[in-house]
Write a protein of this length. Sequence first.
Length: 240
Amino acid sequence: MIDFYYAPTPNGWKVAIMLEELELEYTTHLMRLGDGDQFKSAFMAISPNAKMPAIIDHDPPKSYGTNSVSVFESGAIMLYLADKFKRFIPTDPLGRKEAMEWMFWQVGNQGPMAGQLSHFVNYAPKDQQDYGRKRYGGEYERNLAVLEKRLGGQDYILGDYSICDMIVFPWAFIAKPLSASLDLFPNVAAWRGHIKQRTAVMKAINLCKADQNLGKTNVSNNKILYNQSAVHILGSGNKE
Ligand SMILES: N[C@@H](CCC(=O)N[C@@H](CS)C(=O)NCC(=O)O)C(=O)O
């Protein structure tokens, strides 16, 4: 059994897709990020960066010992599960190396740039959006172009469907709400269309859909999520 700490955002969907693709039994713990669930000490004990997604696996591989195993960061969670079940990741060294490259590309490039773009499009004060939208909109599209070239002549990022597609898909899925068009990126548009139709993906992006933020909390009405500093991690910002 797996405990899944989740909120319905692109970063949450990544792991939800993997859990659904593996057809695993899991218990979803919905995180109210606007209320500060991420800063509760029990959650920070498993996710020290105070962000979801995170999992606790109560039936880890024997080589991990007998205790439950917690994993934070979407990329680490997906690699852990791929290795545990030996699925959705190439087994040959060259293929695994490429999987690592695209996983790290997602968590170090596409994800953060898209996340910042989303901040400026959806949550920043209206009169302070311009520079952020220009900077991160450009970076978001630059990353779409990287993906476009990679998908030239192949259906999926590694050839076969893998954790790399699952981790990259969510932020490409919401291109339109991020004010980006896929017109310049026909390979990405076709790939996005194929992945979107998978049963596991549909289940994942609908998980706790009614709890999506969609701009409900924003910089003007929420001080927990949008005005963070070291205090949130070091102490007096913590909630029990
Ligand atoms: N690099 C992380 C990003 C996770 C992340 O940014 N999660 C956000 C929601 S999309 C979160 O938990 N935010 C809570 C906060 O910022 O306080 C991953 O890929 O797992």
